[in-house]
Structure formats: C-alpha cells, structure tokens
Design a protein around this ligand. Structure first.
Ligand code: ADP
Length: 680
C-alpha cells in the first residue's frame, strides 16, 4: 500500500476494504483487522464474502449484481470473525470504475453495529433504504443545505422587505448570493453522471451556482418564494448547466419536508428533459416547415377542419351504414349537413387571391358550403365517398364560387392522409383551370381552322373528281333535253316518253344539286353537327368523291360493307373527310412506292358496342420508326405535306368517342382502323 494513502487508510477508525470485482481482497486496513480478527496477510487475495461467511436476507450474489448496476449499495450484513463470533456490520459499497467505465474495484466502509439498540438499528435500516432508493432513482437527486440561505432570507424580512418578489427582481445579485450560499451535501450517481461528468467530489461541498445559468435564475428565485410561502414543493421546467458547461433542459422539483421551514437539508430532484425537449423542438420545426411550405405554395391551399364532419360519418359507421352512397340517396339533406360541418381553418396567400378575398380572415372559419355551387355537389359527394372508403387522395375538375359569387373552373385536389386525419383535418388544393379551359378552347378553334384548311386543300386535290361528279348529271340533263326536243319535233309527240325524260331530268338535277350541297358543306367551316347515320351510306358517298382519283391512278377499290349495321351518331361531313383523307394518303403512298397493282379495300363491321372502319392499301406500309409519330401534328414525310391530316382525323374520332390507329398488314401494305360508338 503506498505510504501516505496506506497511513490514511490504516489510521481510519472505520474498516476500509477494497476488493476486486470477483471479490478478492486487495486492501485490508487496521480497523478491519480489529473488527474481524483476520490479519492483512490472511485476507489479501482471499474471497471476502466466503472468508467472512457473509449473510444478508437477500442473497449476496443479488446484492453484488445490484451494486454493479447502480454503482452503490449500503446496508447491513452478518459476518463471522476469526474467532467464530457473528457480527452485524453496516457497510457502504461503492464501485470504482476504470477509464473505460468497467468496474475496477469495490471499496467498502464498514462499522460494527452488533451492540446498537433495536431502535437505533431500525432507524439506520430506514436510512439505508432511503439511501439505496436515493441512489437507484433515474432522477438526479441533490441534498442541499439551505441553512445559510434561510438566514439570508430571514435577515431580508427582518430588515423590513415586504415585497420579496419585487426585491428579488430588483436585486439579481441577492439571488446569485443565495445560490453561492446553498451547499451540496450529497448527490446520487445519476446527478454525478448528469452534472459532474462522473466527478462526485467536484459537486459535493460546492454551491449551486455553477448549475444555474443566469437565464434560469428566476426559476430558482421562484423556488425561494415558494419556500417562504410554505409551499410543500414546487416543480418547474428550466435550463440548467453541467460542470462541463453543457445546457440541460430539466424538470426541477424542490421538496421541503413538513416542519422544515428553512432548517436542515432540502431535497431537489432533477429530471433530464433534453430528449423530450429536442423531440418537441423537432415537431415544432417540422410544423413550421409545413406552415412555411403551406404559405409559399403557388397552389391555393385550404386547411379544412373535418372534426365535426368525421363525427357525423363515424356515427353512421357505428350505426352499421356501409353504403354511404345509398345513404346520401335516401337522405338528400345529408350532403349539405356534411358540407356545413366542414370549416376552413387556414388558407395560404394563393387561396386568398384565388377566392378574391381581401385577407385570410374573410375565409377562415367559413363553412365550405358557400364555395360549392349546386352544380358541383356531385363532386364533393364523390370526394366524401372516397374519404369514407379511406382513400387518401381525390382529384376532379369542378366549379367553385369566389367570394363575390362569380364562378371559377377548378381542379379540386384533396389530401386525406392518415396523419392529417388524426389531426382532424384535410388539405385541399384548388387550381384555377379557367385559363387552361380557355387555352383548350383556343386550341380546339385552331384545330377546327386547320381542319377547314385541310378540307379545302383536299377539295383542291379532288377538283377533277368533283368536276366529273357534277358533270355527269349535267351531261345527262343535256342529253335528256336533246332527246325531249327530238320527241317534241315529232308530228305526234309521245307524251309518256316525254314524261319519263322529264322525270330523269329532275332526278339528275337533284343529284347535281346534292353534290353541290355536299361540296358547300365540306368547304364551309360549320361547327360539328351530329346526326344518326348509316355507316355504309357515309362510305358510299365518300367514295363518290374519290371516284375520279381512283380512276386516274388506276386504283382498284373493293368495298366489304357488312349488312344490317346499326346506326352511328356522327357529323357526316367530318366522317367523310376522314375516309377521303385516309384514302388519298394511301393512294399517294402507293404511287410514291410505284406500286404495280395499287389496291384499296374499305371494310365496315360491327364489334363490341362499336363500329369498326378499316382501310387497307397495298403500299409500302409504315416504317416502324414512324409508327408512333403518324398522328402527331406536323409529322410528314412528303415534300409538300403539312402533316396535319392524320392528327385532325384523330381529333375528330376522339371527339366522337372513338379510337384510331394504324398497323402494317403482314402480307404488305398499311391498315388504318377507326372505331365509333353505336348510336343509343
Ligand atoms: P401529310 O399527308 O401532310 O403528310 P398526314 O398527317 O395525313 O400528313 O400523314 C402523315 C404521314 O403519315 C405521311 O407523311 C406519311 O408518311 C404517313 N402515312 C399516312 N398514310 C400512310 C399510308 N397509308 N401508308 C404509309 N404511310 C402513311
């Protein structure tokens, strides 16, 4: 044993024993020799508990385990001395740890209590229980001697200070002085770990000053006021500082034992709240981020409070209503009740602007009902049904009222995520699609103008055909006229013959007028006009336009028109335009590829609720790299082409509720197919 330390330990009146974690004795002082009758030599390296035959109501191994977990234990053991006598010994065990925190040794202070009275023993036992608890608690406990502080407070009051609180506020230095005057008597291991970075000796005997940063001293002042008011205890959240200068968010509790009134020691408990505070700060920060995002978004956002509306739906659910749609149908007023139960909790700037409000206050607190025109109620009904099915999002185009009652075309988007739901709200985004609608309208207008232009250029191409078409009835009329003149010049004109000739002339004139009317229709820019049509008749008429073109290019045309087809509802002129367009394209391709026997086949057939039109050619077909671009505007492979024909065809077909596509025929050539729904 080193000289000085050895002298100190040996000089101690108490038994001091140091053992290693396995229980082997490392140090055994003089008082231990006297108490147990074993010499130092006899004990060094021996197992302490075995050698002294130690006993405790709980097992010794249990005690050792507790000691290693808590770092400290104190209590009473029975041990047997060298002469075989049983002794009651009060021991205090503390674990000494190595640099890595592993237990290195256990130091024991022991006192013989064999001869103490029963009462004394009982009170000591209580004290031990208290101390073991004091050490084992997860909270940091401090035993503080406040006697000097009490004196200072008493002096203050005797000095005539009435408003102690006011005095504290005016004299922060007094509070500092009371902190310096409060003495730390004892702390538990948790306090050492939390505040002293493991240095118990730096805390004990010191003052409270290092632990109370200036910004928290008002809390300490409050605890003094509470003591003066004789409150039994006081709890406050505050910030404290460790000896190393780290700030800790803590729940500080001070307890004055009854009848204490400033005498003796006071117990302070401190619970480290740093983790909880950090978590709360994280929540606050993310809430802030959400708010900032909410405000900064250029989409109009509404935070809707759905607590009452959810309660309504929950009530239905509880009553076993599964089919909300049916419930809406049988309770026409329920939709409005639900809407009235939803109010606006918050809106962003974009929403204020969109709704034409002066500021948020004009919208916040309003039920959503006033923003939904009756025509849009089916949309909100569908959104509620989607929500009832626990779907997290919903989107539909609809109409909303602005504050001034004007209507707004909107894209209504609902976010109904479980996180929002748990907070009794949904987020609604509204996008103004009035402009988009206007743009689409303009686009439709441009397209129809293009369609018109394309028809005119098509008619230009078809001039020869048209001339031929019109010429035929005119020539027939002329021929009939000449024949009639001849019949009239006879001495006895045959009236029956003349009547027949006349009838032919009328019908030919009608045919010519018909053709002219069709041409006018094609050339004019009328809005689409739907009527019930027989699909085969439309094709036959279109083919008449193509007649001359087919002859000129020596194209063989085959019609495969199915019998008994149902009618379609379509614009006759537009439909003919498509057929003529597809046929002209096919003829051009076949010519370009110098196809030896150009052939076209037009087919109609009825399919699944729709009619199918097919046009096949014997041309070169569609190169695979063009396949996906054929129907795009301005895609053309022709030097003088516009690349609009097919895109217009697609627009027309889609506007009629049909589809159009192109494919290659395995045996050669291209096939263009379009479908149209059967008229109801
Ligand atoms: P344009 O006739 O002005 O080129 P379209 O939109 O009518 O515009 O046609 C686009 C392109 O599709 C044509 O340039 C051609 O390359 C291709 N195409 C159209 N019809 C056929 C067909 N029957 N066979 C092969 N390619 C075709």
């Amino acid at each position: 044993m080193p000289g000085l330390l050895g002298a100190v330990v040996n000089g101690a009146a108490e038994s001091v024993i140091v053992r290693d974690p396995s229980g082997r004795v490392l140090l055994w002082n003089k008082a231990s020799e006297a108490l147990y009758g074993f010499s130092r030599e006899a004990m060094l390296g021996r197992h302490l508990h075995d050698r002294l035959n130690a006993h405790h109501p709980t097992t010794i191994t249990g005690l050792e385990q507790h000691l290693l977990e808590q770092g400290h234990w104190e209590g009473e053991l029975k041990r047997t001395t060298a002469s075989g006598e049983e002794r009651r010994v009060e021991v205090r065990w503390t674990v000494l740890r190595g640099p890595e925190g592993h237990p290195a040794a256990i130091i024991e202070y022991g006192r013989d209590t064999t001869r103490l009275s029963v009462i004394e023993l009982e009170s000591r036992l209580q004290a031990h229980r208290y101390r073991n608890l004091f050490q084992a608690m997860a909270a940091a406990f401090w035993e503080i001697d406040f006697s000097e502080v009490s004196r200072m407070l008493a002096q203050l009051i005797h000095g005539g200070v009435k408003d102690v609180r006011g005095y504290f506020e005016a004299h922060p230095e007094f509070i500092d002085a009371t902190l310096a005057a409060a003495r730390v008597v004892d702390v538990n291991d948790k306090s050492v770990a939390l505040f002293g970075d493991g240095r118990r000796e730096d805390i004990i005997g010191g003052s409270l000053e290092p632990y109370w940063p200036p910004e928290s001293r008002h809390v300490y002042a409050e605890s003094l006021l509470a003591a003066l008011d004789r409150l039994p205890h006081l709890s406050r959240e505050t910030r404290l500082t460790t000896l190393g200068g780290r700030k800790i968010d803590a729940l500080f509790t001070v307890c004055w034992p009854s009848g204490h009134h400033g005498r003796g020691t006071v117990l302070i408990g401190i619970i480290d709240l740093s983790d909880r505070v950090a978590a709360e700060q994280e929540v606050r920060a993310s809430e802030l981020r959400f708010r900032q995002l909410f405000q900064a978004m250029s989409t109009a956002l509404f935070q809707i409070n759905t607590t009452r509306q959810r309660a309504l739906l929950a009530e239905l659910e509880a009553r076993g209503v599964e089919d909300l749609a049916a419930y809406f149908d049988s309770h026409p007023g329920f939709l409005l009740t639900c809407m009235d139960a939803m109010t606006i909790d918050d809106v962003n700037e974009a929403a204020v602007h969109l709704m034409g409000a002066r500021d948020r206050s004009e919208l916040v607190g309003q039920p959503v009902t006033r923003f939904w025109p009756p025509s849009s109620h089916p949309v909100i009904r569908r959104s509620l049904l989607s929500s009832y099915r626990k779907q997290t999002s919903f989107e539909e185009e609809t109409v909303h009222y602005r504050l001034d009652g004007s209507e707004l075309n909107t894209l209504f988007t609902l976010n109904d995520s479980p996180e929002l739901r748990a907070r009794g709200m949904v987020l609604v985004g509204l996008t103004d699609i009035t402009e988009r609608e206007a743009a689409q309208k303009a686009l439709r207008q441009v397209q129809s103008e293009f369609a018109h232009a394309s028809r005119l250029s098509m008619l230009g191409e078809l001039t020869a055909s048209i001339a031929h078409e019109v010429n035929q009835p005119l020539a027939a009329i002329a021929a009939h006229g000449a024949a009639a003149t001849r019949w009239l010049s006879r001495p006895e004109p045959d009236l029956d013959e003349l009547r027949a000739i006349n009838a032919n002339m009328v019908s030919d004139a009608r045919r010519a007028a018909d053709i002219i009317a069709r041409l006018r229709a094609m050339a004019s820019n009328k809005a689409s006009e739907r009527q019930r049509l027989s699909p085969n008749l439309v094709i036959e008429e279109a083919v008449r336009f193509l007649h001359h073109e087919l002859m000129a290019h020596e194209v063989e045309l085959r019609l495969e028109l199915a019998d008994g087809l149902p009618d379609i509802e379509a614009d006759r002129v537009q439909l003919q335009q498509i057929i003529v367009n597809l046929a002209l394209n096919a003829m051009q391709e076949m010519k370009r590829a110098c196809c030896p026997r150009p052939r076209l086949k037009l087919r109609t057939l009825a399919g699944d609720g729709e009619l199918r039109f097919e046009l096949e050619d014997s041309g070169p077909g569609i190169p695979p790299q063009h396949h996906d671009r054929l129907f795009q505007s301005f895609f053309t492979t022709k030097a003088a082409g516009l690349g609009l024909g097919l895109s217009i065809c697609r627009n027309i077909i889609e506007a009629h509720g049909g589809r159009i596509w192109a494919e290659n025929i395995p045996s050669g050539g291209a096939r263009f197919v379009f479908t149209l729904p059967i008229a109801g």
